[in-house]
Design a protein around this ligand. Sequence first.
Ligand code: NI
Length: 251
Amino acid sequence: MFIDTHCHLSKEDYDNIDTVLSDNREAGIEKIIISGCTRESIIESLLFVDQYEDVYTTIGYHPSEASFTTEEDLIKLEEQIQHPKVVGIGEIGLDYHYGKEDKDLQQELFRRQLFMADRHHLPVVIHSRDATEDTISILKEFPNVVGVIHCFSGSLETARIYLSMGYYLGIGGVVTFKNSQLGDVIQAIGLSSILLETDSPYLAPEPYRGSLNSSKYIPFIAKKLSEILSISVEEVSQITLQNTHTLFDFQ
Ligand code: NI
């Protein structure tokens, strides 16, 4: 059994949501945590969690939304996170990949949502791209907040900093890619802080790299981790499920 701890579910990407979910169950995926991180996808995610028993969600405004997110959106978000199937806030964070013009807005949005997580005792799902240093220093302002660094692909040194802060690392399809350095990082740190995620519909693992990703491919990521660590897939499943339940409180 597996839980996909981070993916995106939208009618824009998948023709038939029922099929996606029945394929997941067949592949041994017992639950998925979808992420709504724009005004529209937050609403869609909340509809899906009401509709499907095995779907949970984290919601929050992505850094790329920094210029469009209003005060009203944030007031509404604070109500929306109180839905019983919202298990965290995210993905939130910093993304300097396309430039730093809106850096101040991104940081403000990030801090506002971290305050919210602190107030409501919810874990956070962090998106950090080309912004490791600022991400770490802002997270350190919120020592009571815990979470996961989604789609982690950094160095061993960075991994160790996040681990020392009590954060988990979300590992997905990238670990199966030929040139990925993630294997060495995982060999050094083990599985005690690792969560499995697909980030679908993006970043499909090998052997499906480049095609539409889906939570049903989680076993390919687990298999790769079992090879890296020379342990069984069952052990990977057991440890990562335990980590998932420690971080996210499913009701
Ligand atoms: Ni994502």
